[in-house]
Design a protein around this ligand. Sequence first.
Ligand code: UT7
Length: 327
Amino acid sequence: MNMYSKISGTGSYLPPKRVTNQDLTLQLAAQGIETSDEWILSRSGIAARHFAEPGVCSSDLAVQAAERAIAMSGLDKSQIDLIILATSTPDHLGGFPSTACIVQRKLGIKNGAAFDVQAVCSGFVYAVSIADAMIKAGANKHVLIIGAEVFSRILDFKDRGTCVLFGDGAGAIVLSASEEPGILAAKLHADGNYSHILSVPGNLACGAVEGSAFISMDGPAVFKLAVSLLEKVAQEALEAAGMVSSDLDWLVPHQANIRIMQSTAKKLGMPPDKVVVTVDQHGNTSAASIPLALDCAVRDGRIKSGQTVLMEGVGGGFTWGAVVARM
Ligand code: UT7
């Protein structure tokens, strides 16, 4: 049995094409849809996002992020014995074969298992919780955890209520067996009664999509639920770690809306300068948003070894969860 699991490397990748609110406003205006930089920025905190070029898949973004995380960990790829990939935009319909298996092939990894996790924007915290349990059970030593999305593929550019909010990208960590504490607590939840407020409602039938293959969201309902659930699960994870919010160095929230992030920080009594914010530049990258933000703050020197970080997220399902980690 391994005593602990600890983050040994982080990495991230954004596709090069950056689309500002002004770019998107012009693009939508050409289709007769009205929006503005002012509306997008004031309601969500988003100024720009990245979109993958046609033909670029979640696995392509995932591989780049994974390479960087593995390089930081100092491990050889052959030491990775499990890949867990969180995505709602898998390379193939029905997620079959899993994007994790495709990433395994592209990375040239031959060891261990690989599977996808589907918990929408909570996918990364779900994946960390699973990997932590696998390592603590002694089943794995070095788990590559990736959140990767090409959400631009499921955006309806006729729906201004959603198409301005999301972006593409990938973030990754390596979680390794350790004698020192790393993941201190992880708490997950789901409530399928709220599945209708955030979904891609279409089905596959007779080899074709029946219904809409685009994201559908009741923004205000999601907003209200997110604000109430995130503080609760954050407190629950802190309690399980035997900590209080003043023990935290950083809050690394799912990057959906700056107002949700600020509200959670305020409820936890955390000052805004302890919150890692990337939503302004990345938009909402769903399962990729937390590891992308984590990697940005590790690489720019804000998050340092030994510091304590709370990661939390909420998403379709409804799913939500929080992880407390010592870096
Ligand atoms: O990652 C999963 C979790 N997702 C989230 O956490 C998202 C949660 N929800 C939100 O972030 C916010 O609800 C939104 C940013 C989506 C929307 O903000 P809001 O303040 O809740 O606005 P609203 O949906 O209530 O819309 C207000 C107005 C409406 O017009 P009327 O009915 O007041 O005339 C909308 O039609 O804003 C209009 N509107 C827009 N106007 C300009 C909606 N989208 C746009 C737009 N540009 N892009």
